[in-house]
Design a protein around this ligand. Structure first.
Ligand code: SF4
Length: 280
């Protein structure tokens, strides 16, 4: 056998070996994702009574970057009437493993108490804004007993799984009130805080001294318009009223509305001016 034929055979064998290795590595990676990156739904304890459904959903968000924002619970029983009943709810988009307690409304109570429930099947469909759906199927009685048996609330699940609202932090540059003395115009001088001539007066007013006090006021309504950049500024100023979540800012239930000055301060501090309110 000539040396060139021998070299050709060795090259072919090496190439085949390389292809086999690549195939084995790809299969191993696929098997790893199949075994360890499976999407998982955990039924949790709801705080919304008969209409509530609390659950946690886990998936590989790095591999599948989607925003889950809808749940649909479908009951199907071909031997009963109606054969199919479904309830759908949307919620704030979730970009990573999350637990949530959803008020599904009275339709959910009806779904759980429908005739022939124990013989029915339940399909839970989680959908993302991008159109990706994840489907879980189970027997209706198993679904119900999971709901009844679960002792884990969303808060406990978040603690156990070290999840929590991820907040972005912004640093604001502190203001400086140091200024050069302002020139006089004839015998007139500007009465502003940065004029050293009047600095004492303004300091006294700020400290609650003899300066003119600004009267507080109540507001009848405060709300957040679209465009919040979750900078936290409002919550830092008045956390009893503003709650900054992962995606937006909310007004807390029962927020006090009698300190209009503080709400005004938060509104002024909002970099995108989405905090609005009406004076009472
Ligand atoms: S409402 Fe304004 S101040 Fe509050 S977090 Fe959103 S952007 Fe920041």
């Amino acid at each position: 056998m000539s040396s060139s034929i021998l070299a050709l055979i060795i090259a072919i064998l090496l190439t085949i070996g390389l292809i086999v290795k690549i195939g084995v590595i790809s299969l191993s990676i696929g098997a790893f994702y199949f075994l360890f990156s499976k999407k998982k739904l955990t039924v949790l304890q709801t705080g919304h009574g008969a209409n509530g459904f609390a659950f946690a959903f886990e998936w590989n968000a790095a591999r599948e970057p989607i925003s889950i924002n809808q749940i649909q619970v479908k009951l199907y029983n071909p031997f009963s009437t109606p054969t199919e009943i479904e309830v759908t709810r949307e919620f704030a988009p979730q970009k990573d493993d999350f637990g949530i307690d959803v008020d599904m409304g009275p339709g959910f109570t009806k779904l759980l108490s429908i005739a022939g429930f124990d013989d029915a099947g339940i399909t839970i469909i989680l959908s993302s804004k991008e159109g990706v759906t994840t489907v879980f199927n189970m027997k209706a009685f198993a679904f119900k007993s999971k709901m009844e048996d679960s002792k884990q609330t969303v808060a406990v699940w978040e603690l156990d799984n070290k999840k929590g609202p991820t907040k972005k932090f912004y640093h604001t540059v502190s203001r400086s009130f140091i200024a050069e003395p302002l020139p006089s115009t004839g015998n007139k001088t500007l009465k502003i805080a940065s004029n050293p001539e009047f600095a004492g007066e303004f300091t006294a007013a700020a400290a609650g001294g003899d300066g003119e006090a600004v009267e507080n006021f109540s507001v009848s309504k405060v709300w957040i318009e679209d465009g919040c950049i979750v900078c936290n500024a409002c919550e830092d100023i008045y956390e009893e009223v503003f709650e900054v979540t992962a995606d937006t800012c909310l007004i807390r239930d029962g927020a006090p509305l009698d300190d209009g000055l503080k709400i005004l301060e938060a509104s002024d501090a909002c970099p995108v001016e989405v905090i609005k309110f009406n004076r009472a």
